[in-house]
Design a protein around this ligand. Structure first.
Ligand SMILES: Cc1cc2nc3c(=O)[nH]c(=O)nc-3n(C[C@H](O)[C@H](O)[C@H](O)COP(=O)(O)OP(=O)(O)OC[C@H]3O[C@@H](n4cnc5c(N)ncnc54)[C@H](O)[C@@H]3O)c2cc1C
Length: 431
C-alpha cells in the first residue's frame, strides 16, 4: 500500500480502491508540442479505452489527463456493471420504439461481453463478482418490477432476471428494508481502479502516447485540424475525442450545456467477516429511489455503500456521517460499524439520463453523460469511437441519434434549477 494515501485533486476523499491497488504506475506530463492522428482529452474509461482501440488499429494517438488516470469517476465509482442502458428497455420503447430500444439493449450486452473479454485477454484482474439485485423501496413500484423479468426474457432475449418477493429479498440482502425486487445473474460488479490501471497499461503497450498531469486549457477546430492547448505546448491532430464527462468545466461549451456534474459518495466499512448476514450471495444492489442508493461487498468482505447527496460539501467527515445514516436505515445491525474510507466523485448526467454523443466541432466528438451507468458503457464507447475513426460510424450513431436537450437555465441557472429538481425527487423518494 502507498505510504501517503493519494488524494485526487478533483474528487473528495481517499477511495478504498486507491488504497487497495498499491502503487499506481505514473505517466509523464506532456512537455512541448506534438502532432497526432487523434488527440483524446480525459483519462477515464472512455478516453483510455478509445486510446487502446485506436492504438491497436495503428492510429497515432495522444491522450492527456489533467491529473492521474482514474481521478475522475472511473477510478472511484460503485463498480456495478448492470444490464442494458440506464432506463429499462420497456421504458425506452415508449420514446424510441422496439427496434431502437432493442438495438441499444443489444449494444449494451455487447459492451458487457467486451469488458469481460478485454480484461481476460489482457490479463487485467478486475475482481469480478457475479450477481446484481434491483430492489423496491416503495410498494407502488412492485408491479413494474414483477413484470420486468418476463419482458426481458420474451421481448429482449435476456433470461437471467428473476423476481424476488419480500421474503427472498430480505434473505438475499440481509435486510427487511425493501419490499421486493429482481435479481440478475447475467451481470455483477468489479474493482474499477484495477480496470483503469490495466487499460492504461494495454493502451501504452499498443503504442498510445499517454500523459498525466497535462490539462487541456483550450481547443479549436479550423482548417481541417484540431488544436489543443496545454500549459507547455499544443497538440495538433486530425480528430479529437472529448472524454471529460462531468469534469470538463468550461473547456467546451456544448458538452458543458448538456452534461451536468452531480456528486455521489461512497463509504467502505471494515471487512464484515464470514458470518455476516449482509449480502451472503455477493450480489451488488441498487434501489428504486430517484436519488439512488447502491451497495455491494468488496472481494475482502467490506460493505461499499453509496448514495447521492447534493447537500454534501465533499468533506470526508460529512460524507461519513451521511453514508452511515443511509447504511443504518438499510442495515440497523451495522449502526456502529467502522467506516475506513469515504470518498466521492462526480457523475455526469444528462436531462433524459442517456449518454451525450455529439460532433461538437468539425472532427471533434464529445462523449459522456452516462448518468450513473457508465462503467460498462464508457469502456465500450471508446471502442465505438475507434470504429468511427476507422470509417464505420453506424454503431456510435445509435447514440448520436438520441435526443438530448441542454439543461434549462444556461450556465448560471442550471445548477440551482437542478438542485431544486433533485430536492423534489429526493422528497418524492420519501413518500
Ligand atoms: C461515486 C460514483 C459512483 C458511480 N457508480 C457507478 C456504478 O456503480 N455503475 C456505473 O455504471 N457507473 C457508476 N458511476 C459512473 C461512472 O463512473 C462513469 O459513467 C464513468 O466512469 C465515466 O467515465 P469517463 O471516462 O467518461 O469519465 P471520467 O472517469 O470522469 O474521466 C474524465 C476525465 O477527464 C479529465 N479531464 C477533465 N477536463 C480535462 C482537461 N481540460 N484536460 C485533461 N483532462 C481533463 C478528468 O480529470 C477525468 O479524469 C459512478 C460515478 C461516481 C462518481
Amino acid at each position: 500500500m502507498p505510504s501517503t494515501p493519494y488524494q485526487s485533486p478533483i474528487s473528495p476523499g481517499v477511495s478504498w480502491y486507491e488504497a487497495s491497488v498499491g502503487e499506481r504506475p505514473e505517466y509523464p506530463p506532456l512537455d512541448g508540442s506534438v502532432t497526432a492522428d487523434v488527440v483524446i482529452i480525459g483519462g477515464g474509461f472512455t478516453g483510455l479505452s478509445a486510446a487502446t482501440h485506436l492504438a491497436k488499429a495503428g492510429t497515432n494517438v495522444v491522450l492527456i489527463e489533467q491529473y492521474r488516470f482514474g481521478d475522475g469517476a472511473s477510478g472511484r465509482n460503485g463498480g456495478q456493471l448492470n444490464t442494458g442502458q440506464r432506463a429499462w428497455p420497456e421504458d425506452m420503447e415508449d420514446e424510441l420504439g422496439f427496434t431502437r430500444a432493442k438495438a441499444l439493449f443489444d449494444l449494451a450486452e455487447e459492451a458487457k461481453a467486451h469488458l469481460f473479454e478485454f480484461s481476460r485477454a489482457n490479463g487485467i484482474e478486475i475482481d469480478y463478482v457475479p450477481g446484481h439485485m434491483s430492489v423496491v423501496h416503495k410498494k407502488r413500484y412492485l408491479k413494474d418490477y414483477q413484470a420486468h423479468p418476463a419482458i426481458m426474457a420474451e421481448r429482449y432475449g435476456y433470461p437471467h432476471i428473476t423476481w424476488m418477493d419480500a421474503q427472498e429479498t430480505a434473505k438475499r440482502l440481509g435486510s427487511t428494508h425493501y419490499f421486493g425486487g429482481v435479481r440478475d445473474t447475467g451481470t455483477g460488479h468489479i474493482h474499477p481502479m484495477k480496470l483503469v490501471i490495466g487499460t492504461a497499461r494495454v493502451a501504452a503497450a499498443a503504442g498510445a502516447k499517454l500523459y498525466e498531469n497535462t490539462s487541456a486549457t483550450s481547443m479549436k477546430s479550423e482548417g481541417g485540424k484540431v488544436r489543443v492547448t496545454t500549459a507547455k505546448g499544443t497538440i495538433t491532430a486530425d480528430k479529437a475525442l472529448i472524454a471529460v464527462n462531468a469534469y470538463g468545466g468550461d473547456l467546451e461549451p456544448k458538452s458543458a450545456a448538456h452534461i451536468m456534474p452531480i456528486g455521489s459518495f461512497i463509504g467502505a466499512t471494515v471487512p464484515l467477516g464470514d458470518d455476516t448476514d449482509v449480502l451472503p450471495g455477493g450480489e451488488s444492489v441498487d434501489d428504486s429511489r430517484f436519488v439512488v442508493r447502491y451497495f455491494r461487498r468488496s472481494k475482502d468482505g467490506r460493505l461499499l455503500f453509496g448514495g447521492r447527496e447534493i447537500y454534501s460539501t465533499g468533506d470526508p467527515k460529512g460524507i461519513a456521517d451521511h453514508i452511515r445514516r443511509q447504511i443504518t436505515e438499510v442495515y440497523p445491525q451495522l449502526k456502529d460499524v467502522e467506516l475506513t474510507h469515504q470518498w466521492g466523485g462526480y457523475v455526469g448526467i444528462t436531462m433524459p439520463r442517456k449518454p451525450y454523443v455529439r460532433e461538437v466541432m468539425p472532427n471533434v466528438i464529445s462523449v459522456g453523460g452516462y448518468s450513473g451507468h457508465g462503467v460498462m458503457l464508457s469502456n465500450f464507447m471508446g471502442k465505438l469511437y475507434a470504429e468511427t475513426v476507422a470509417g464505420n460510424r453506424d454503431r456510435l450513431k445509435l447514440f448520436e441519434d438520441l435526443k438530448i436537450p441542454a439543461f434549462p437555465g444556461g450556465r448560471a441557472l442550471r445548477a440551482p434549477l437542478l438542485f431544486l429538481a433533485l430536492n423534489w425527487y429526493a422528497l418524492r423518494d420519501r413518500f
